[in-house]
Design a protein. Sequence first.
Length: 368
Amino acid sequence: MRRNVRKAPAKKAAFSRNADNHCPCGNAGAIDRMEEKMYTPNEHRYEKMVYNRCGNSGLKLPAVSFGIWQNFSYKDNFENMEQMIHTAFDLGITYFDAANNYGNPYNGSAEENFGRILDRGLRAYRDELIIATKAGYEMWDGPYGDRNGSRKYLTASLDQSLKRMKLDYVDIYYHHVFDPNTPLEETALALDNAVRQGKALYVGISNYNKQQTAEIMSIFRELHTPFVINQPSYSMFNRWIETDGLRDFAAENGVGLAVFQPLFQGLLTDRYLNGVPGDSRVSKGCVWIKNDINEEKLAKVRKLNEIAANRGQKLSQMAISWALRGGKVTTVLIGASKPSQITENAAAVEHLDFTPDELSAIEAVISE
């Protein structure tokens, strides 16, 4: 099966404000007018969420985590972003996943928006948050901001991310994508150095296959680096970590897995039961799965939806529960365009168990 990795946007200049503190899209003024609002989280936020230990480390992550890849740029609505972050935390989602280049077309604007949300009441709960960022894809012009895993790039990028979010450290710092042109020793040392400098508590990798993971893991172990997690794509329609062996390898070697795109960019939801909606990202050509959607795939979606309904779940919830089955995946990273999607998807943790018949039925549909 083809291995799908998160695609970086075309290289853009990193986001910067002008002297009047306005962003290029004119949204900052509205943000600034909201600064007086503060946030108080739900006091019952930890009662329903499930927390899994990340590999062999002492770190626990929520079974469902939230990523800010989409809908957190300065072209997006800030109030909606803030409501999504607050909704997530109110539901016990403590892990928030960023990257240096998130916020297309203004690279870095997602991190800066997240920093603003922290400022408006959430920063008081910093010790209850797991904040991660990544670097590896194209970020700024020139040879040092191009896609790579060099010490120069990884060090500079982390400093920029900390500045944008106004943080002293991140909890997890990932190398975002394997770089065949940089020695793994250099990449590993750069991540290790971030921990030794107090700028990251743990390190991770993303989009590394089994062999690449094994190679860098051996270096981390020699360095005694707190390497705890790999972040690959994984869903019912994208099972490369099974065929590659990464899923089993991670479990056997005490490495956590944080999987992204568990809903196959929205296809594994009830939105596509009757075809492609006109207002979907697929219809707008904003996702790579457009060429994978056909009547055969949609027929599978409808059959999977029937199985989910019989379980008392939405299709999206069942897809998340399925990704977590067997205990080999630590956390499932979801995205959203509105708070209600987060509420719906977080409820997957209320029904994580599958009967053998349910698993067989799902496998039969997927394998058709």
